[in-house]
Design a protein around this ligand. Structure first.
Ligand SMILES: [Zn+2]
Length: 78
């Protein structure tokens, strides 16, 4: 599995929607590839902050930038 495939499947991975084999392949890649691992941490933090509505506490300019970033990531992953 290469970095491009990881990026495509990272959201499914975080949602636990992949098969066991793919979950394993992704986690092995993440443990061996620091850029992908830190990219995933960033997405987890972003998603968590949105899910918890703590984004409301952010300045509206930053909030807009985060939401745009998420939208861009989403459209890039599909
Ligand atoms: Zn990678």
């Amino acid at each position: 599995m290469n970095c491009y495939e990881i990026r495509e499947q990272i959201y499914s991975y975080m949602d636990g929607e992949l098969t066991l084999w793919r979950m394993r392949a992704v986690s092995i890649h993440l443990s061996e590839c620091p850029p992908c691992a830190s990219g995933m941490e960033f997405k987890v933090v972003l998603r968590a902050s949105v899910a918890q509505r703590s984004a409301e506490a952010l300045p509206s300019e930053l909030q807009g930038r985060i939401l745009a970033l998420i939208a861009a990531e989403r459209s890039g992953a599909e």
